[in-house]
Design a protein around this ligand. Structure first.
Ligand SMILES: NC(=O)c1ccc[n+]([C@@H]2O[C@H](COP(=O)([O-])OP(=O)(O)OC[C@H]3O[C@@H](n4cnc5c(N)ncnc54)[C@H](OP(=O)(O)O)[C@@H]3O)[C@@H](O)[C@H]2O)c1
Length: 215
């Protein structure tokens, strides 16, 4: 039995918890204010869910999702995530996150920042370009015509395969953008960021993406 840990239980974290429970996973959810503030969501999710501290959610998860505002990424616990597949949903909004110079000058990407913070984890970028509400409404069974596709990026092929399988179970095709450093191709203001796309369309969007300096 696989447990999915969630660090962050807001718009995206709560929706991924719903999807995970609906597909038979156990979930351990966490936020910044403490497990007692998540009782309503745990009640909704039912017996396969519990709330914990971020450290305990990280320890409990076989796969762990980091879905916090990017400005908080340095608070993500490091040791309990060692060696694990970590899904990174995060995006950079300077008005929310403050300016991060290495993102402003495009010398790195959001998921590479998280990977640097979690050096022995296997970070896979996923679920960053779909509106939270659509996670539970746009999924379709494998093989559906015009099925929605979502991007993954990562440096560890087996971790990417694990996340691609999870996407498929949750109702989405996976399109591999390559290593984490290619994750900018699906960052805010790129063609694929937000709209519903099938796999072929999304591949074209990734190719058409431009760095901020070239826009
Ligand atoms: N909203 C979307 O449609 C969407 C779509 C794709 C990607 N994203 C990206 O995904 C990330 C999460 O977005 P969101 O909309 O879900 O944000 P959100 O609704 O603001 O939720 C953020 C969650 O992170 C928790 N959190 C903050 N700091 C934390 C910490 N240090 N340790 C543990 N938990 C912490 C918050 O807990 P408290 O409430 O207790 O502070 C909250 O549960 C962002 O980077 C966002 O850009 C969002």
């Amino acid at each position: 039995m696989t447990t999915i840990g969630l660090i962050g239980a807001g718009h995206i974290g709560s929706q991924l918890a719903r999807l995970a429970v609906a597909h038979g996973y156990d979930v351990v959810i966490s936020n910044s204010r403490g497990p007692e503030t998540l009782s309503a969501l745990v009640g909704e999710l039912g017996p396969k869910a519990r709330a914990a501290s971020a450290t305990d959610a990280a320890k409990a998860g076989d796969i762990v999702v980091v879905t916090v505002p990017l400005k908080s990424y340095r608070q993500v616990p490091v040791a309990p995530l060692a060696g694990k597949v970590v899904i990174d949903t995060n995006n950079y909004y300077p008005q929310r996150d403050g300016h991060i110079p290495e993102l402003d000058d495009e010398s790195t990407t959001t998921s590479e920042l998280l990977q640097a913070h979690l050096p022995t984890s296997k970070v896979v970028k996923a679920f960053n370009h779909i509106y939270a509400a659509e996670l539970t409404t746009h999924g379709q069974p494998a093989g559906s015509k015009n099925r929605r596709a979502l991007v993954i990026a990562g440096d560890d092929p087996s971790a990417k395969a694990t996340v691609a399988k999870l996407l498929d179970e949750f109702g989405f095709d996976a399109v591999d953008a390559g290593p984490l450093k290619e994750g900018w191709r699906i960052q805010r203001d790129t063609p694929g960021y937000g709209p519903r796309r099938n796999a072929e369309e999304l591949r074209k969007d990734l190719q058409a993406a431009k760095r901020y300096r070239d826009q």
